[in-house]
Design a protein around this ligand. Structure first.
Ligand code: C2E
Ligand code: MG
Ligand code: MG
Ligand code: MG
Length: 279
């Protein structure tokens, strides 16, 4: 407690903390303008079938180019957007943009490409979330399974509301996945009670694979148990060929990571989709 620390609460004087909160506040001010000033863009990272290297989906990832601060990482601005509630209008914009993009790709001859969108718990708490998703699908004449919503294990914090919303979303026919699986504290057997299609294994367990002390035992366990419970498995953050090989050898069907491709602007992803990765 502050009172136990006495009057000279050192945190108050911590210059590092001060710099941090100053940057944070400045970023918040800038982020409020970013949406209307066209500073946000979306990059897309391919998700591949490990056995064929065929691109089966792309994940939409926000990029913010601030005139004041340059390119700011989502790891820094997404938490600010979440805490301030800005993630609600930003998330709605992402959904709209992604749907427009998907419609364009379809017109250009790319059929049935699934696009995954990251969704914050904060967005799911909005009463109209499922309605917004329904609307955007209808407006762009999308095939609902081609829209994938990635949520994190933090939905477990408010399991009642999450269950209701996830069921509403599943009724629309969209694909649902759990992002960064293993970072939180949820168990696969619990997730089985939710209408989840896919588990994305967190990058940290993919990094582990090349760590000789444990030989990817956690990744293996998630793949096996996930399959037994009927989930599709995607591994995140694959940077090396040996990781891709290990995962493929242990029955993981899909993967994503710099080894295959970094997140790219829509035009570049289009070229990859046409040309393929399995040259
Ligand atoms: P995420 O959803 O887990 O996305 C994967 C992150 O890992 C992305 O970081 C991606 O660029 C990065 N990545 C992919 N492959 C590799 C690899 O092989 N090595 C390494 N080191 N990194 C890899 P990014 O784009 O910086 O995004 C960070 C996080 O920000 C995302 O993690 C997601 O949670 C959040 N985010 C991004 N866009 C959105 C959005 O539109 N809405 C929401 N709510 N969150 C978003
Ligand atoms: Mg994601
Ligand atoms: Mg995420
Ligand atoms: Mg992830």
């Amino acid at each position: 407690l502050a009172k136990d620390r006495g009057k000279n609460n050192y945190q108050y004087y911590n210059p590092k903390l001060n710099n941090y909160s100053t940057r944070r506040m400045k970023l918040e001010v800038e982020l409020r303008k970013a949406l209307n000033k066209d500073q946000l863009t979306i990059h897309y990272q391919p998700q591949v079938e490990l056995s064929t290297k065929k691109i089966i989906a792309v994940e939409a990832l926000l990029r913010w180019n601030s005139p004041k601060y340059g390119s700011v990482s989502p790891a820094e601005f997404i938490p600010i957007a979440e805490e301030t509630g800005l993630i609600v209008p930003i998330g709605r914009w992402v959904l709209q943009k992604v749907s427009e993009q998907q419609k364009q790709w379809k017109k250009a001859g790319i059929s049935s490409l699934r696009v995954a969108v990251n969704v914050s718990v904060r967005q799911m708490q909005e009463n109209c979330f499922a309605q917004d998703v329904k609307q955007v699908i209808k407006e762009h004449d999308l095939n609902p399974v081609d829209l994938e919503l990635e949520i994190t294990e933090s939905i477990m914090q408010n399991i009642e509301n999450s269950t209701i919303v996830l069921n509403e979303l599943k009724k629309l026919g969209v694909t649902l996945s759990i992002d960064d699986f293993g970072k939180g504290y949820s168990s696969l057997s619990y997730l089985r009670h939710l209408p989840i299609d896919t588990i994305k294994i967190d990058k940290s367990f993919v990094d582990d694979i090349c760590d000789t002390s444990n030989n990817g035992s956690i990744a293996k366990a998630i793949i096996d148990m996930g399959h037994n419970l009927g989930f599709t498995i995607v591994a995140e953050g694959i940077e090396q060929e040996e990781q891709a090989e290990f995962l493929k050898g242990n029955s993981c069907e899909y993967g994503q990571g710099y080894f295959f491709s970094k997140p790219l602007p829509a035009e570049e992803v289009f070229l990859l989709l046409e040309k393929g990765l399995d040259r």
